[in-house]
Design a protein around this ligand. Structure first.
Ligand SMILES: CC(C)(COP(=O)(O)OP(=O)(O)OC[C@H]1O[C@@H](n2cnc3c(N)ncnc32)[C@H](O)[C@@H]1OP(=O)(O)O)[C@@H](O)C(=O)NCCC(=O)NCCS
Length: 176
């Protein structure tokens, strides 16, 4: 799995957070992929990064080499804080809207899955809005299976929303 030409991968650091905000807040404003209308703040994202790193979870960016611009990022965190879920992680992915549909998301998700496999996780969950069928196809293509469906559990912009849970079990996983 090669990094797409013209891009590089790097762990997210605090200096990257204003660009994470641009990506996430665009998605919040314009889609029902994230079920919030209140935009993220820099303070909130700093706390997110600290918690993510302290928990041993990844936050990885894809950067355009010519501009050093963050074009997309991927991360994961706990699916549930109970000990019994310690080998399960929930992932998140987001790209600048003008960089979607170029195969970059596919590369970064595959990269994340390798990192998570190497870190000893057994299960990866993607929680996807029922309105986001493009994203469901995106995860299905990487081998995720739809294992959960929670009808009408969410609400945004006057619309009742379904939640789909998509799951990847690493077949070769064994507890360490
Ligand atoms: C979903 C997302 C990460 C996919 O990354 P990407 O780089 O656009 O995906 P790729 O180019 O590797 O693959 C394209 C596939 O992604 C899916 N897709 C989902 N949203 C898309 C979008 N806004 N534009 C283009 N493709 C999208 C489609 O299935 C598409 O395949 P298709 O052309 O056969 O329909 C990205 O589009 C994105 O950030 N969307 C907004 C935020 C979001 O929905 N995040 C996921 C929440 S679970």
């Amino acid at each position: 799995m090669n990094v797409p030409e013209g891009y590089y991968v790097k762990d997210i650091v605090e200096d990257d957070l204003p660009q994470i905000l641009e990506i996430v807040n665009y998605i919040i404003r314009n889609t029902t992929s994230i079920w919030r209308s209140t935009e993220d703040t820099l303070e909130g994202r700093k706390a997110w990064l600290q918690t993510t790193k302290a928990g041993g979870y990844p936050a990885i960016g894809l950067f355009e080499a010519s501009s050093n611009r963050l074009v997309g990022f991927v991360s994961s965190g706990p699916f549930d804080s109970s000990e019994g879920y310690k080998f399960t992680t929930e992932c998140a992915i987001g790209f600048r809207h003008d960089y979607t549909g170029k195969g970059l998301g596919r590369f970064l998700l595959q990269h994340l899955l390798q990192v998570l496999r190497d870190s000893g996780f057994a299960v990866v969950i993607a929680a996807i809005s029922g309105t986001n069928q493009g994203s469901s196809r995106f995860f299905a293509r990487e081998g995720f299976s739809k294992t959960g469906f929670l009808p009408g559990i969410g609400f945004k912009n006057g619309q009742r929303l379904d939640l789909e849970l998509w799951q990847m079990n690493f077949a070769d996983w064994a507890p360490k």
